[in-house]
Design a protein around this ligand. Structure first.
Ligand code: NAP
Length: 489
């Protein structure tokens, strides 16, 4: 924007979820007045708005799942229920008066670089221009529906867990749950004892990490109010800090002692919690712990052993009007079928049609896999930055903390433009290519590549997440290495 200093820079943020809210607060705090957030829905909250299934809980400690500048002493439990997180985010939007910035019900469908600015268009035809775009559209966003024959023929209620139909009664009904990732496990815990019969259709067994989730006492909350930093300090120094370290190391070193310890914990959990040897074998995975996204649960094994619950491992042949037919010919009759089948994690800000400098199309740039330098910047997409973009740390981490660190880094890049040092900034093609190669090489050595299938793997079977330690991510986020960037103008 050198030479255009008379005009205030305009920022367009895509998405009013946790990351978009963060960006807007930080931009305002830096004195920027021309900020708009485009949000396709009619409320903020992102994934916490869209997921409302029974049992929804954050499996990251509540006190790390909040902005560092907005600690929340009121979290009711060690692991916050989804509605509390949604209320927290809506409270922040209110406190910072962000509603005035958010264009609700406006889904951006096009974003193209033209005349040195980003030209945006929404589904309803609204047009806008921005100097900077911050894509904060989330990772776990687009439901993945299973390709099961006859699904549409089911005569009961059937929906994806991210599209929960609260009009459908569950108590005393026959309920089926397809999937046993974090979502399916939480759902089964919530429905065991409520449904007259509960069937969980498991395709691949999951390791279950025991977790504690007790309620905070009034005394504890009072101490958190008096010293808002206290819970984070406790978490960092206590058992959960140690577990975080171990977890981190085990991902990048599958042969390490930390990995053996993780394996020991989940194995002991299975052996000690499941009494029926037949069920125990059905629940025993045949791959390394953490190869799939680790499922934390205080009560899954108890729930699946409930007298009204049944783990079905025979495989789904098809869905019929009355229920699910398994490969062995059994028809399991159901009133409700919940699809806990995960998300299309390769979408990010798509289906927005994004065209960068010189007409470079995001679809071409991402033809093989979604990629971004340090998860933030892409060549030929100048002044376009992502929060929680591809190849960043995901998994059992607080994505709020990840976004906060990414934001500090993005602020420095924006500063290069605002100070007049450059008109446009994005990673160079060479740096992108070198990063990609290093990342892929490292990803192949992680636990995610040790022989299971999971949403961490891209279409070519390469783990898509950050393949180094979390410490390395923190170091990278301290300041951009400017030699990796192309500064134009
Ligand atoms: P997921 O981990 O991708 O699990 C999908 C499940 O559906 C798997 O068990 C999968 O089986 C099964 N499945 C998919 N297609 C199927 C088919 N055609 N037939 C039978 N089974 C099928 O999805 P998720 O549980 O929704 O979790 C996604 C991510 O969301 C988590 O990993 C986590 O990052 C996040 N999440 C977080 C929390 C939290 O507490 N923070 C809570 C919920 C979700 P296979 O294993 O055989 O593929």
């Amino acid at each position: 924007m050198a030479g255009e200093s008379s005009r205030r820079p305009r920022f367009a943020v895509l998405g009013a979820g946790m990351a978009g809210i963060l960006a807007a607060i930080k931009l305002r705090e830096a004195g920027h007045r021309d900020v708009v957030i485009y949000e396709k829905a009619d409320r903020p909250g992102g994934t916490w708005r869209e997921n409302t299934y029974p049992g929804l809980t954050c499996d990251v400690p509540s006190h790390t799942y909040s902005y560092v500048f907005e600690p929340n002493p009121e979290w009711s439990q060690q692991l916050a229920p989804g509605p509390e997180i949604q209320a927290y985010l809506e409270g922040i939007v209110g406190k910072y008066d962000l509603d005035v910035l958010i264009r609700y019900g406006q889904e951006v469908v096009r974003c193209s670089r033209d005349d040195g600015r980003w030209q945006l268009e929404t589904r309803s035809g609204l047009r806008d221009q921005a100097d900077f775009v911050i894509a904060a559209t989330g990772v776990l966003h687009h439901p993945r529906y299973p390709d099961i024959e006859g699904l549409e023929s089911f005569e009961g209620a059937c929906f994806h867990t991210a599209r929960w139909d609260h009009g459908v009664p569950l108590d005393g009904r026959r309920v089926g749950v397809v999937g046993n990732g974090s979502t399916g496990v939480q759902l089964v815990c919530a429905l065991a004892g409520r449904a007259s019969r509960l069937f969980q259709f498991q395709r691949t067994a999951q390791w279950i990490m025991p977790a504690r989730n007790r309620a905070y006492s009034e005394e504890e909350k009072a101490s958190f109010r008096a010293d808002p930093e206290l819970p984070r300090r406790k978490l960092a120094s206590g058992a959960s800090g140690a577990l975080f370290e171990r977890f981190n190391n085990a991902i990048v070193e599958p042969d390490s002692a930390d990995m053996k310890e993780m394996q020991r914990i989940v194995l002991e959990n299975l052996e000690q919690s499941v009494t029926d040897p037949v069920l125990r074998e059905k629940l025993r995975p045949d791959y390394m712990v953490m190869c799939k996204r680790l499922v934390y649960s205080p009560d899954y094994y108890r729930a699946i052993q409930h007298p009204d619950a049944e783990l079905v491992t025979g495989g789904i042949e098809r869905v019929e009007p009355r229920g699910v037919r398994t490969h062995d010919g059994r028809l399991i009759e159901l009133d409700v079928l919940a699809l806990a089948t995960g998300f299309r994690v390769d979408q990010f800000m798509r289906p927005i049609r994004i065209t960068g400098r010189g007409g470079v199309d995001l679809e071409d740039f991402w033809a093989v896999r979604p990629r971004a330098y340090l998860s933030i910047s892409m060549p030929d997409f100048p002044n376009f930055f992502m929060l929680n973009g591809p190849n960043g740390p995901v998994g059992n981490l607080s994505l709020i903390e990840v976004a906060e660190r990414q934001w500090e880094y993005i602020e420095t890049l924006i500063g290069l433009v605002l100070s007049g040092r450059a008109r446009e900034v994005c990673v160079s093609r060479e740096a992108m290519q070198a990063f990609d190669q290093d990342r892929i090489d490292a990803a192949k050595r992680t636990v995610w590549a040790t022989g299971c299938s999971s949403w961490y793997l891209d279409a070519e079977g390469i783990p898509a997440s950050w393949p180094w330690t979390y410490q390395r991510f923190q170091e990278e986020m301290r300041a951009p290495r400017l030699e990796a960037y192309e500064l134009v103008g």
